[in-house]
Design a protein around this ligand. Structure first.
Ligand code: NAD
Length: 303
């Protein structure tokens, strides 16, 4: 009996050893904590040397619970690092003109360095028109066409926080991008497209795939790095990634049982990877950390 237990324990340990030897988690949670500590230090210096407190204005429309949760997390993070922050919460029925008037007020408010409009907006609001009203110098979400254009041309810009957070993970874990084949799954304006631009600027060979891609597996299987942000739980399966691949999971999906899941079938895919991000605790915390960095960057320009 004892020997059976021993064999079981030994085999389990061997399995775990093999598991951890080949795969390393990209720990976005602890990296985000380190970024926050650095922002706290820099806020202290700005306050002391220039009497400047970075300020963030968030515009939240309607009662979508996920949007409320995200805005709450952002406000909490601002408070933690010593930013000034205000949330303009407006009803679902608000008119486009009223939202524009609020943004214009924030554009000229000297205490505000960053403005973000929590997406998605109600159907009667033209999101593109709203995002274009934000002063590009306060566009800490990096969604304004001015900043998107500067990113694509490789100029200094405010860059969308989620892809910027992924780049910070690559940098921190010394993951080389030059010459690598990277497959980006998902091509939205806030995730896939800016991600692809950043990778191209880092000299990677980038393939962008989306809902109309004919053979997704052929593209992901050929890639050294797979980055997925689509909103389909478990879309990326073990047979879709090559041995030793790096897999970045941007997806955040609330399952019926209330738990969070990414777009990658983590249990099946992770043993094949050299690096992988967990969900939660991977890209998510980095997004908020990059929002803090972008707001700090804007406040430094004010200084
Ligand atoms: P979106 O709906 O705007 O875009 C989804 C993209 O995925 C589209 O380009 C679509 O063509 C593609 N797509 C959808 N189904 C596909 C499929 N079966 N195969 C291939 N491509 C497919 O969504 P979004 O705003 O870009 O968000 C995507 C996901 O990323 C969501 O789960 C969202 O919650 C998550 N997200 C996470 C963070 C974070 O901080 N980690 C930030 C933003 C978005």
């Amino acid at each position: 009996m004892v020997s059976l237990v021993n064999i079981f324990c030994y085999n389990t340990l061997k399995f775990l050893e093999g598991y951890f030897k080949t795969m390393q988690l990209l720990d976005g949670k602890s990296l985000a904590d380190r970024v926050q500590e650095n922002v706290i230090r820099e806020v202290g210096v700005l306050k002391q040397s220039r009497n400047i407190v970075p300020g963030l204005a968030v515009i939240l429309i309607g009662d979508d619970p996920a949007s409320h949760a995200y805005v709450k997390m952002k406000a909490k993070a601002c408070e933690k690092v010593g930013f000034y922050s205000i949330t303009h919460h407006m009803p679902e029925s608000i008119s486009q003109e009223e939202i524009i008037a609020t943004i214009e007020m924030m554009n000229t408010n000297p205490r505000i360095d960053g403005i973000l409009v929590q997406l998605p907006l109600p159907k009667h609001i033209d999101s593109d028109a709203i995002l274009e009203v934000i002063n590009p110098k306060k566009d800490v979400d990096g969604f304004h066409p001015y900043n998107v254009g500067r990113l694509v041309t490789g100029l200094d810009a405010f860059v969308a926080c989620t892809p910027l957070g992924v780049m910070k993970l690559f940098d921190t874990y010394n993951i080389e991008l030059q010459g690598k084949d990277v497959c980006v799954v998902g091509a939205s304006n806030i995730v896939g497209k800016p991600m692809a631009s950043l990778l191209l600027n880092a000299n990677a060979t980038v393939t962008i795939t989306h809902i109309f891609t004919q053979d997704l597996k052929a593209h992901t299987l050929a890639a050294d790095i797979v980055i997925v942000g689509v909103g389909v739980p478990g879309l990326i399966k073990a047979d879709m990634v090559k041995e030793g691949a790096i897999v970045i999971d941007i997806g955040i999906n609330r399952l019926e049982n209330g738990s969070l899941a990414g777009d990658v079938d983590f249990a099946a895919v992770s043993p094949k990877c050299s690096y992988i991000t967990p969900v939660p605790g991977g890209v998510g915390p980095m997004t908020i950390a990059m929002l803090l960095e972008n707001t700090l960057k804007s406040a430094k320009k004010r200084a």
